[in-house]
Design a protein around this ligand. Structure first.
Ligand code: SF4
Length: 223
């Protein structure tokens, strides 16, 4: 069995709750979405079998916090992912899955080997795509068996009504999950900052724990 992998590298996590932690990143090739704000370049890949990829991950010196399986969308290659997760799990590495949260059946097949789920909440007015709330609901139900936090990209065009739908979902399914509001601008747009202030107040009122964390690796120029 072969998996398509765009790159493997070691760096500092630049977003979300584990900001600043050293990780080995495994970027999976391919994504099932086309978000308006996407800046992930996936133009080439190498093919690995699970054991080859596991051996490459092990080459990085010990002492990293976790292995970040990211993309693209790693769950698109669910069978391959599952085999690699099993190997790293057996070696006591911590498996951190970064996912767009739209493929719940695939998550079900790998969740036993995942320690932390970093799930995107795709708000239609941010992505420019349709609604994924139903898929997100099932996904969160499964992800809640493990540690999970949620990230939503906020742009000038993000609607309050979409945020409210997302908050309802979190309250229904994963009450204790923290929501990260992630500005698409890197924090230098006044309009987005005003929106974030308003959205934080709404989260507080709706009793969902939320914080604003920009993508620090972009600001700092770190890969
Ligand atoms: S889910 Fe992530 S990788 Fe896929 S298009 Fe959206 S932002 Fe890009």
């Amino acid at each position: 069995m072969k998996g398509k992998i765009s790159e493997v590298f070691e760096s500092i996590q630049g977003e979300g709750l584990y900001l600043g932690e050293r990780q080995v990143f495994v970027r999976f090739f391919g994504c099932n979405l086309r978000c308006r704000f996407c800046d992930t370049k996936l133009d080439s890949f190498l093919e690995y079998d699970p054991d080859e990829l596991y051996k490459e991950i092990k080459l990085y010196k010990k002492g990293f916090h976790s292995v970040s399986f990211t993309g693209g969308e790693p769950l698109l290659q669910k069978d391959f992912l599952r085999n690699v997760l099993k190997l790293t799990h057996r070696d006591n590495m911590k498996n951190y899955l970064e996912t767009n949260g739209t493929l719940p059946q695939e998550l079900k097949d790998v969740i036993d080997y995942v320690h932390i789920v970093a799930m995107d909440l795709k708000l239609p007015s941010s992505t420019g795509l349709g609604s994924y709330f139903e898929a997100h609901r099932t996904f969160l139900e499964i992800a809640s068996r493990k540690e999970v936090f949620i990230k939503a990209v906020i742009c000038e065009c993000t609607h309050e009504a979409d945020l409210m739908d997302g908050l309802r979902l979190i309250r229904d399914v994963a009450k204790s999950a923290i929501l990260i509001l992630q500005p698409d601008s890197g924090g230098d747009s006044e309009a987005v900052n005003n929106k974030l202030d308003n959205f934080k107040d709404i989260c507080r009122r709706e009793k969902v724990t939320a914080c604003v964390i920009p993508q620090v690796h972009k600001i700092a120029g770190v890969k």
